[in-house]
Design a protein around this ligand. Structure first.
Ligand code: ADP
Length: 621
């Protein structure tokens, strides 16, 4: 018996679990060494003192149930040991019929912690599975879904997981069932498939393009159980890409079809945009410039630097801008062209400089036209001056003619009084011949000074006026003057010198322009009546003072300063119009604008038959 007891003791002492016995007074009758290790020596003391340092029963105590004869198995965390135990508690009937309680404490702290960790990590994975932004699924080899997350269910347009789990993948999911076979071939050959692009159909039949990444699930024997993987909806990306592509195409078309040359370069000067107009203007094809040519090939290195500086400074249209800067470009064929550059800096979203874009205008033609226009104007001014000189000379000659003939007559008379043999007769003859020479000179001067009798012919007055207005359009616009030429239906041609008519209307235009320094409107009206055409020129300028109105056609009458006016324009016009058998009238009030009405005979009509009644015409309008 003793031997058995000793053996039992030895077993109890070596066992990993804590073992103790209390009597029905909660006094510890026995503790094994593991128990002592955990709670300290306590045999003979109250169990609640040893296990919980307390003089009253432990709050978790279930001893009464055991004393009643029940066996218990439960789990308990004991603060004093900071451990969780699985407790097995049994009633021990003593020979005196009293009942003791045997408790076995198995330390399950680590297991509990592991379980808690596992539960937490499982929850995390479950969360990830449900809430990750891509569709996640597990499917069987036969083509059924075993599980799927909400994202996938939504992506495919199903109302619930059950609904999705019921579909036949090959038939109901794939737009082309053959794609599923391809997918299976790949995945079973390689164990996985990455970014397989495939078209699925949603529950309502609408197609959706997805990227499939999947791997095989095997069972313990290595047989393929099914597949698990993720699907990413590409539809939105495709739509975005399409929109982007469309926007890019449109931009490209706008740039390409722009009539102005457009080029863009990165900050290092490498060209990346070069449109058709740039090809034409500079002679380099896009294929030789984009990604291949440096900007300094078009403007020298120093100039490129200067341009960058100007773009960055606020002085040329604002920081990041360069407005209409005149410059010379060298074409591929070496020809230098006069141009004007407008450029801008391109910034990224953070405001960093990334590139420059420039547009330049080939001004060669415009500059040439302006030069030609200036020449014409200078020539016209010159001929105006010459004509005026001519009129002056002829006026002087006329004035001198009469007294000269008076002198000649007087000298002839004197001849009768002084006989030829008289000594003074020789002096008289000399005076007479000198006077005759003078008269001859005057005659020559008169014929010379007659204004160019330019050949007359049929002239379309509409055309002359329109040409002049076109030529002066820019100049008028710069002076804020709107010009209108009201077309006359069936305007007959007139018989006139084209050049002189041009000079007349040019003079009208420049006078009107001078009269409207603040801008205004210049209107040409034309009409005809019987054998006369009428041209009415109206401006909204400063008008003519009453005391000047009768003097404006006089030579050298001008109210302009000496630089601007010589006062010959209207007198020359008057002369020309009169030469053509026409007339010119003026109506004006100071501050209210001026109207000139010119009347001229039509081509067929002989000058004598023309009707010259502008007054009447004015009143009819
Ligand atoms: P100029 O232009 O050199 O002065 P013109 O013979 O052309 O010589 O004109 C003489 C003057 O007639 C002008 O100085 C001006 O006072 C007046 N005049 C001519 N045309 C107009 C007009 N459209 N409006 C107002 N004044 C005019």
């Amino acid at each position: 018996m003793d031997k058995e007891k000793r053996m039992l003791n030895a077993i109890l002492e070596t066992i990993e679990d804590g073992i103790y016995v209390i009597d029905n007074n909660y006094t510890l009758e026995y503790m094994n060494s593991r128990m002592t290790e955990l709670f300290g020596e306590g045999t003979g003391e109250k169990c609640h003192r040893v296990l919980n340092n307390s003089d009253t029963l432990c709050p978790w105590c279930r001893a009464p149930e055991v004393f009643k004869g029940n066996r218990l198995y439960w789990e308990l965390y004991v603060p004093k040991a900071d451990k969780t135990f699985a407790l097995t508690e049994l009633p021990l009937r003593n020979p005196d019929e009293s009942v003791s309680k045997l408790s076995i404490l198995r330390d399950i702290t680590e297991r509990k912690q592991r379980e808690a960790k596992l539960a937490a990590s499982e929850e995390r994975y479950q969360n990830l599975f449900e809430h990750v932004g891509v569709g996640v699924y597990i499917s069987s080899k036969e083509g059924r879904f075993l599980d799927a997350n909400q994202t996938f269910i939504n992506m495919m347009g199903y109302a619930s997981k059950e609904e999705l789990l019921n579909i036949d993948i090959t038939r109901d999911l794939y737009v082309h069932p053959s794609d599923r076979r391809k997918f299976q071939e790949m995945i079973e050959r390689d164990g996985r498939v990455i970014d397989y692009e495939v078209e699925f159909k949603r529950k309502d039949g609408t197609p959706i393009t997805v990227l499939l990444t999947s791997h095989v699930r095997y069972d313990h024997q290595g047989n393929v159980l099914g597949y698990e993987g993720i699907t990413v909806d590409q539809t939105e990306r495709y739509m975005m890409e399409k929109k982007l592509r469309e926007a890019y195409d449109l931009m490209n078309k706008i740039i390409q079809s722009s009539p102005s040359p457009i080029m863009a370069a990165d900050l290092k000067g490498n060209i990346f945009i070069w449109n058709r107009a740039a090809e034409e203007t500079l002679g380099y094809p896009a294929s030789e410039t984009i990604g291949k040519m440096h900007i300094t090939k078009i403007y020298s290195e120093g100039l490129a630097h200067k341009i960058m500086k100007m773009i960055r400074s606020p002085e040329h249209g604002g920081v990041g801008l360069l407005r209409s800067h005149p410059m010379l470009y060298v074409r591929r064929d070496g020809k230098v062209i006069d141009g004007s550059l407008s450029a801008a800096m391109i910034y990224d979203d953070d405001g960093n400089e990334v590139a420059t874009v420039g547009s330049f205008i080939d001004m060669t033609e415009r500059i040439e036209m302006e030069r030609a226009l200036q020449n014409t104007q200078e020539q016209l001014l010159q001929s105006e001056k010459l004509a005026a000189m001519g009129r002056l000379t002829s006026q002087i000659a006329h004035e001198l003619n009469n007294p000269l003939f008076g002198i000649m007559n007087t000298l002839e008379l004197l001849k009768t009084e002084i006989p030829p043999e008289n000594k003074r007769r020789k002096l008289l003859d000399m005076s007479l011949s000198e006077t005759e020479r003078l008269a001859e000179m005057l005659r020559k001067m008169l014929s010379f000074s007659k204004p160019d009798e330019e050949e007359k012919g049929s002239v379309n007055i509409n055309t002359i006026i329109d040409e002049l207005l076109m030529l002066h359009d820019k100049q008028l616009r710069e002076n804020s003057i709107k010009s209108k030429s009201e077309l006359a239906e069936d305007m007959p041609e007139i018989y006139a010198s084209r050049n002189q008519m041009r000079q007349v209307f040019l003079n009208m235009i420049s006078n009107a322009r001078d009269a409207m320094p603040e801008g205004g409107t210049l209107t040409f009206k034309k009409w005809h009546k019987k054998n006369t055409v009428y041209i009415e020129i109206t401006d909204t300028g400063q008008g003519i003072e009453e005391e000047n109105i009768n003097r404006i056609f006089d030579s050298f009458f001008t109210t302009k300063d000496t630089v601007k006016g010589v006062g010959l324009g209207l007198s020359v016009c008057y002369g020309f119009i009169k030469d053509h058998g026409g007339d010119i009238k003026v109506k004006s009030r100071s501050g209210e604008g001026t109207t000139f009405i010119i009347s001229l005979p039509v081509y067929e009509a002989p000058a004598e038959e023309q009707e010259n009644e502008p007054e009447e015409t004015v009143s009819t309008k």
